[in-house]
Design a protein around this ligand. Sequence first.
Ligand code: NAD
Length: 267
Amino acid sequence: MTGNVTRKPNGKVAIVTGAAQGIGAAIATRLAHDGFDVVIADLKSADAKATAVAKTCEAAGARAAVIPVDVRSEEDVGALVAATVEQLGRVDVMVANAGIGPPVDFLETTTRTMNDLWEINIRGVMYCYQAAARQMIKQGDGGRLIAASSIAGLTGFPQLGMYSASKFAVRGLNQCAAAELGKYGITCNTYNPGVVQTDMWTGLDKFYSGRAGAPDGSALAAQAAANPMRRNTDAAEVANSVSFLAGPNSAYVSGASLCISGGQQMH
Ligand code: NAD
């Protein structure tokens, strides 16, 4: 995936939330190869997996730190940014990647599910953007705020009502941040993956395949067959696009939402 990227340290530090596995782990690893020092930020319960990701980043030549965070907590996110500055010196990129996506019927969606999705997928992004932006403004030389939306943040999908709403909201929040923070040299962008084969989609596949009375894997296969490119994607391919949003070639890109979906969602 990133083996051919020759690392040149860039003196910059990136925080990636939800980085113990899946898309976040791939982003952290990719940014380490790009030249960033990285913080693997995830729930305390994911510490072992986060440490393994940090080792991979260190093997690429980066400095890496594992800093536990629950993005639902403003205090935790503030402490994450403070600990990053303490351990690695600064914050140049915040990738607010942590998210959940439990499938549930519209009419069965409980207040608990609504709150979970809101707290992690939206409030978590807001806390990450705020805390990182404050630090970037203090540093005085700009920065990159990047958040996980989804193709479900552009079109509603069945059984993903509150998830979709949360991912639409991520784009709204991101656009407002771009409008307000541009004057500080801070760019704000979202990445909108299509069907990425991580634990999240393993769960969705089980749910949709089960509903159809079909074997596991059927829903994923159906998604691939319906995609204009006739395939799904993996976390590394999403990380390639985030690498662009974090890197020097996107310096004047802000308020954008980049779909990585093989054309499943055109935007
Ligand atoms: P995943 O379930 O594999 O990983 C999510 C990570 O987030 C886990 O490591 C988990 O511990 C962490 N996390 C969950 N709650 C947290 C919290 N409160 N605080 C800190 N960390 C927390 O998911 P993924 O597929 O890698 O998805 C990553 C992001 O990409 C999510 O925001 C998701 O909505 C989005 N996304 C995924 C897909 C896909 O097809 N997999 C598609 C579109 C968007």
